[in-house]
Design a protein around this ligand. Structure first.
Ligand code: AMP
Ligand code: MG
Length: 403
């Protein structure tokens, strides 16, 4: 019996072991999944940091109506800290410098006039104690945990890792993936095509989706519908790769040899069939060396939905990645779906004035109609138990680019 989508996701996650970790240089870390915690090396800011180019003085002197200050010296960002020698003096300071000792007020350079070594502050200027000082430790303290294992590393996390003084970090290793199209009819772009043939589009799209999410070690292959060739090629791919993603050949047709050949090669079937449209015939199994084999139905819409719905989340889970919370959107119009299956309905997105995200159905003309997917943001999940989905109903939203 076919599993529900939730049961299928669960079965895949239980079967797939976690990927190993590896150390990578900071320059290679963006797009990877962090597999260590990152702890603050120092207070941030590490010292009372001057936030303006200007002069640093003692606020008591200002309070006593002093407005002319003798310039005692200059302190740039990166200079060792100086000490203000007396209340009548000031130190020229630049943004990013340490606040000079015994000073507690920064006056911006725009508010002063300098002449003959004296800085005179504008008459109407109002200063306050510790203004333009970013206090030591006010962003975070030394030893504070800044990043958790499981974080997806974006440029923002790169800044944090670098600020903690780490030249390299531990991340999930990238699995070796093979993306395999099956079918006699398929001809890749760039090759001559006959009337009875079909352009091969699934593996380029699958590889693009995987690469887009950091799984870049994926090679594309094509195998014809011949059991002997399938056996030979899949055996080799099972030797070489940790993850096989096939498309085509898993339905009930006479040339749908994939499940049988995989069984012959010792790949244990975990399930065959999910009560969903598109993608009902999806097959999943585990090889003898714990290789995960996703055999997706060949119809291009099914292939893309199944990759987004099952393959990517499984790869994220095996990468130790913390899952994003489920998003929702409201339907713009009533939608009816008769089959007793979960419906994954492609949608375009917009937002209402009140901030609610609205999903406008962009149904495909059969699951072969992949051109209709262009411009869709993802798809909504319509529950198996319901037939009519009214306008305004809030439903789970799956974005193509944010699994
Ligand atoms: P199958 O799942 O093998 O029965 O294929 C279902 C439909 O998807 C057929 O019309 C195939 O021609 C088409 N199809 C299968 N694989 C691909 C592919 N890699 N690229 C484009 N269309 C495909
Ligand atoms: Mg086929």
């Amino acid at each position: 019996m076919a599993l529900t989508p939730a049961q299928a996701s669960d079965a895949i996650r239980k079967a797939l072991p976690e990927f190993a970790t590896q150390k990578v240089a900071l320059a290679e870390a963006c797009g990877r999944i962090l597999r260590q915690s990152v702890v603050a090396e120092r207070d941030q800011p590490p010292f009372d940091r001057v936030m303006m180019d200007g002069i640093a003085l003692r606020f008591d002197a200002w309070r006593n109506d002093l407005r002319k200050f003798r310039i005692q010296g200059t302190q740039h960002a990166g200079d060792a800290v100086q000490t203000l020698s007396d209340e009548g003096g000031c130190i020229e300071i630049m943004t990013g410098a340490m606040l000079p000792r015994k000073s507690d007020c920064v006056i911006p350079v725009e508010r002063i006039v300098v002449s003959g070594g004296i800085a005179t502050v504008q008459k109407d200027y109002a200063a306050s104690s510790r203004q333009f000082v970013h206090p030591q430790g006010s962003d975070h303290r030394k030893g504070q945990q800044l990043l958790d294992s499981g974080t997806a590393i974006s440029p923002m996390e790169i800044a944090i890792i670098a600020s903690c003084g780490l030249p390299e970090v531990s991340v999930s290793s990238r699995p070796v993936i093979r993306v395999i199209s099956t079918g006699n009819e398929l001809v890749p772009a760039g090759s001559a095509i006959a009337a009875h043939q079909v352009r091969l589009s699934n593996s380029p799209a699958l590889a693009a989706m995987l690469t887009e999410h950091g799984f870049s070690d994926c090679r594309q292959e094509h195998i014809v519908d011949d059991p002997a060739q399938l056996r030979e090629r899949l055996a080799k791919q099972l030797d070489e790769a940790a993850i096989l993603i096939l498309s085509g050949g898993v339905s009930m047709g006479k040339a749908d040899y994939v499940p049988q050949v995989l069984a012959d090669l010792g790949v244990r079937q975990v399930f065959h069939g999910i009560s969903q449209r598109p993608g009902k015939p999806m097959w999943f199994g585990m090889g003898s060396r714990q290789q995960a084999v996703f055999a997706l139905p060949g119809n291009p819409v099914s292939t893309l939905v199944c990759c987004r719905q099952y393959v990517l989340p499984a790869l994220f889970a095996a990468s130790g990645r913390t899952l994003e919370p489920q998003l929702h959107a409201v339907l713009s119009a009533e939608f009816t779906f008769e089959p007793k299956l979960t419906c994954f309905l492609p949608v375009r997105l917009s937002s209402r004035d009140d901030g609610v995200v609205v999903a406008t159905p962009a149904p495909t003309n059969t699951s072969g109609d992949f051109t209709a997917l262009s411009g869709t943001a993802g798809y909504v999940e319509l529950a198996q138990e319901q037939r009519v989905f009214p306008a305004g109903l809030s439903v789970p939203l799956h974005l193509w680019d944010r699994p």
